[in-house]
Design a protein around this ligand. Structure first.
Ligand code: GLU
Length: 287
């Protein structure tokens, strides 16, 4: 089997225990399959990135023995590829320009009794599907197919069979804002395909995006990788460990890697980084 995996951190802060766990899981999965492991810095939204964090994350990974098998990609340099993907969708009428502001979308949703609960996705009501009516484009959206075309099913390697009816949960989702960055969904799909990623291993907080990514892969006629979403590390209050919740940056080295191996349910054995990682690789397939 030809296996290419990747770790794709957003440099909104440094590596913390939660992101190290995702990095290590994707590395172990790649190594235990005899595959390649890549790193892609997802700095597509520059306004959210911390200066220097991308480089520092790479240093932290190296200090944990996690070294990519090919040069690192930076999404901030991939605009041309994203634009040509969007253009090809527009030409085929699989994407369209949208003039709605958030407030206008909310008005329509409220009038239909569809306002989302906190933390839920906003279902785009389709206002601009048939045209802008002379209004200025604010964004571009994927035209999600109707009915069975919007039903996505995939088998997650940890969570099992997952199904989402995308037209009823998120609707036509954003690919780009006119005055803002490329959307994560478009950038991740274009880059996973361009880097030949066959296996995605990442945190289960992103599992919910997978159906949208599969729809985009279909629209762009790109292959769908295999997905495995790992359990998240949580703080004492049960919240996902994240930069937003103030998770501390890791100190790269034996202790951090050993702790991370343990969090994955494996037995940390070895006196050097190399031994620790090799023993963890040998245990990984059984997880
Ligand atoms: N950049 C995303 C993050 O840091 C991960 C995206 C992915 O693995 O698909 O949460």
């Amino acid at each position: 089997m030809s296996y290419t995996g990747r770790f794709a951190p957003s440099p909104t802060g440094l590596l913390h225990a939660g992101s190290l766990l995702a990095a290590l899981a994707s590395w172990l999965d790649a190594r235990s399959h005899g595959g390649r492991w890549l790193v892609r810095i997802e700095d597509v939204d520059q306004s959210r990135c911390k200066p220097g964090a991308g480089r520092e994350i790479l240093r932290q990974l190296a200090g944990c023995g996690l070294i990519p098998d090919a040069p690192v990609w930076w999404q901030s340099q991939r605009g041309t590829a994203y634009q040509s993907a969007l253009d090809s969708l527009l030409v085929k009428n699989k994407a369209y320009a949208c003039a709605c502001s958030k407030r206008e979308i909310d008005q329509v949703l409220r009038s239909r009794g569809l306002m989302p609960q906190r933390g839920e996705e906003r279902l785009y009501p389709g206002t601009c599907r048939e045209g802008l009516g002379g209004r200025r484009p604010r964004a571009w959206r994927l035209r999600v197919p109707a009915a069975t075309g919007a039903r996505v099913q995939w088998e997650d390697r940890r969570l099992g069979v997952q199904t989402q009816q995308v037209d009823q949960t998120v609707g036509d989702f954003l690919l780009k804002r006119a005055d803002g960055p490329w959307a994560y969904q478009l950038a991740v799909v274009v880059d996973d395909a361009a880097q030949g990623v066959s296996h995605v291993v990442r945190g289960e907080d992103i599992a919910d995006s997978t159906a949208r990514q599969i729809l985009l892969q279909r629209a762009l006629e790109l292959p769908t990788p295999s997905y495995r979403h790992i359990g998240l590390l949580r703080d004492a209050e049960g919240r996902k460990l994240s930069k937003q919740n103030g998770a501390e940056s890791i100190v790269p080295g034996l202790a951090a890697v050993s702790h991370s191996i343990q969090s994955l349910g494996l037995n940390p054995r070895g006196k050097t980084l190399g031994e620790l990682l090799e023993n963890a690789t040998n245990q990984w397939l059984d997880v």
